[in-house]
Design a protein around this ligand. Structure first.
Ligand code: SF4
Length: 315
């Protein structure tokens, strides 16, 4: 099987306001990509670009306005609440302290999952849980009797990854899993995701705004801007970017600058725009390489080998 998950022209539109004045927000706009077995596929971009909404749509937390998601070739609509789906697809979120109830002992979550999903009988449960915890560098003994507040952020995030591994999933969706973890521990969690992929053949959708870790662990990367994938391909697109937005994102994080100059650069990439032109390229108001055609015509997906770029410069 060459494709595990396929996202096909996925769109999510939110309507706000009443019938007199209705505002439509396109959070995810015609997004397509696929995830292969045993690869780390990254969705990257600044806050509000639609990457988390895309993950929520895959997980079934929200319904798409249009588009199709297929898992192992099957449409997933209606499957996302089923046990089968829960066993196959697991998620890890940004803040591990929100994943666990502060009053409950951490191991209770592990035993509940094991018994609810018949993963092991009571004789084997402890050893089964310990194996999963060992896979993330913890042990059942280390977490036994502890409440979430008694573990460090890094330990708790590892525990939430171990809990996700209990069902032997094929796909793990990791939504900003290191952004709330101490900088010194970030790489250990990122390395762990890569190791799980290499050792257990787990596919990972890694959602991040951090292009350095994205480059470090990903097989392939998709860059999102305003709900759209503007560039996608092997992780090397982060070294040799084509899309002007990817280039600006990389310049803003990688080029060492004096503080004031750096702030100025960030403003040019991240500042809030008033409006953007609906019919042209979404990036036209910020793009240093914009042409006249960019204002009137939306660029289509242009492919070169495994790389896709949505930009008139490459027509
Ligand atoms: Fe810039 Fe035009 Fe390419 Fe959009 S299509 S990124 S405005 S050059």
């Amino acid at each position: 099987m060459s494709v595990l998950l396929e996202v096909d022209r996925l769109t999510k539109v939110y309507s706000l306001g009443n019938f007199l004045s209705r505002l439509k927000i396109v959070a995810v706009d015609n997004v397509s990509f696929s995830v292969k077995p045993a690869e780390v596929f990254t969705l990257a971009g600044e806050s509000g670009c639609g990457k988390t909404t895309t993950a929520r749509l895959i997980l079934g937390f929200e319904y798409p306005t249009s588009g199709v998601i297929r898992y192992r070739g099957k449409e997933v609509e209606g499957l996302q609440g089923k046990k089968w789906w829960f066993k196959e697809v697991q998620a890890v979120f940004q803040n591990p302290f929100e994943t666990f109830n502060p009053l409950k002992k951490v191991e209770s979550y592990f035993f509940a999952t094991v018994y609810n999903y018949d993963l092991a009988d009571s004789k084997r449960a402890e050893r089964f849980i310990d194996e999963k915890l060992q896979a993330v560098g913890l042990s059942l003994q280390e977490i036994w009797g502890k409440r979430p507040g008694e573990l460090s952020g890094g330990q708790l995030q590892r525990a939430s990854i171990a809990r996700a591994l209990l069902t032997n999933p094929s796909l793990l969706i990791a939504d900003e899993p290191v952004s709330m973890v101490d900088a010194s521990l970030r790489m250990s969690i990122v390395n762990l995701l890569r190791k799980l992929c290499d050792t257990f053949g787990l596919s990972v959708i890694y959602i991040t705004h951090d292009l350095a870790t994205a480059y470090y662990i990903s097989n392939r990367v998709a860059i999102m801007f305003r709900g759209t994938v503007v560039e996608m391909g092997p992780a090397e697109i982060l070294v040799h970017p084509k899309h002007p937005y990817t280039k600006l994102l990389l310049q803003s994080i990688l080029m060492p600058k004096p503080k004031e100059e750096k702030e100025e650069k960030r403003v040019s990439v991240f500042e809030e725009e008033e409006e953007y032109l609906q019919k042209g390229c979404k990036f036209v108001l910020r793009c240093p390489e914009a042409m006249e055609v960019c204002e009137r015509e939306a660029p289509c997906d242009l492919f070169e080998g495994e790389t896709m770029v949505k930009c008139h410069l490459y027509r």
